[in-house]
Design a protein around this ligand. Structure first.
Ligand SMILES: *[C@@H]1O[C@H](CO)[C@@H](O)[C@H](O)[C@H]1NC(C)=O
Ligand SMILES: *[C@@H]1O[C@H](CO)[C@@H](O)[C@H](O)[C@H]1NC(C)=O
Length: 245
């Protein structure tokens, strides 16, 4: 990324200003078991600091953007009820003027969805073509596969059914068990091996509408099968279609 000629350290000539705040990492530390003042603390500090910068004055933050490695809803807590989820970063007045690139977007129009990071890190274009070529030539012995765990705590989760059907299908389906305690899915090699051997990869919603697995399956040349329209329909129009990928 540092190679792009459009980058500059001189903010006075920049058309967009990147805000190097790791909102997802910050939130991950405090999502469970911390009160809202702790969860909001870094966000409040950030916007206060930003708004005093000369760069802010130019467009009142409209040209600022940040990147968050968690879903947009983690930063959109609507009330100050302690039992509500996440921080209110994106409801702070300064933050409302900025754009955020996050895993999934919310229905607010200054969130833009970007894909989950995968473990594929090509350093040049030729590595991408090489990889695509390899994936096209894969022998896919399974018709479909599922990598995941059941979610009995979610009443409407279809995952249990998918696992039953997969097991009942004998050799048509490959199940990679990611249940709590199982370590199969921590190693991306295991996940990619299954997806590279499958034609269709089943992608029921996870904690949110999308899951990293969708992007792993696309990478492996396995066709993702969605069970909910939000899985790809409008959340990812920016990165999947607008960008020509
Ligand atoms: C906070 O949320 C809980 C659970 O949703 C609810 O029972 C409670 O009434 C709410 N408190 C306030 C002050 O809104
Ligand atoms: C956000 O932008 C609006 C209009 O562009 C402006 O009126 C407002 O003061 C800005 N908010 C902050 C906190 O700078």
């Amino acid at each position: 990324m540092k190679k792009y000629e459009c980058l500059t350290n001189d903010s006075s000539i920049a058309s967009a200003v990147f805000v190097p705040f790791y909102a997802g990492l910050d939130m991950s530390m405090y999502l469970w078991g911390y009160n809202i003042s702790v969860r909001d603390s870094a966000s409040l500090g950030l916007v206060k600091w930003l708004a005093e910068k000369p760069e802010w004055k130019r467009m009142l933050g409209r040209d600022h953007f940040l990147v968050a490695g968690r879903i947009a809803w983690d930063f959109r807590r609507q009330t100050d009820n302690e039992s509500d989820w996440g921080s209110k970063l994106r409801f702070l007045p300064e933050s409302k003027n900025m754009s955020m690139l996050s895993i999934e977007s919310s229905s607010w129009n200054n969130d833009f969805a970007i894909p989950y990071p995968t473990c594929f890190h090509p350093s040049k274009e030729s590595e991408i073509f090489e990889w695509q070529d390899r994936m096209r030539r894969q022998k896919r012995q399974y018709l479909f596969s599922f990598a995941g765990a059941p979610r009995p705590e979610y009443q409407n989760s279809i995952r249990g059914k998918i696992i039953d059907e997969c097991l009942a299908s004998k050799n048509l389906c490959k199940l990679l068990d990611c249940n709590y305690g199982a370590t199969n899915c921590d190693n991306p090699v295991n996940v990619m091996r299954v997806f590279q051997s499958s034609t269709f990869c089943l992608q029921p919603p996870g904690d949110s509408y999308t899951r990293r697995s969708i992007f792993d399956s696309i990478l492996a040349g396995c066709i993702p099968v969605f069970f909910h329209p939000d899985g790809d329909d409008y959340k990812y129009t920016f990165s999947l279609y607008g960008n020509g990928i």
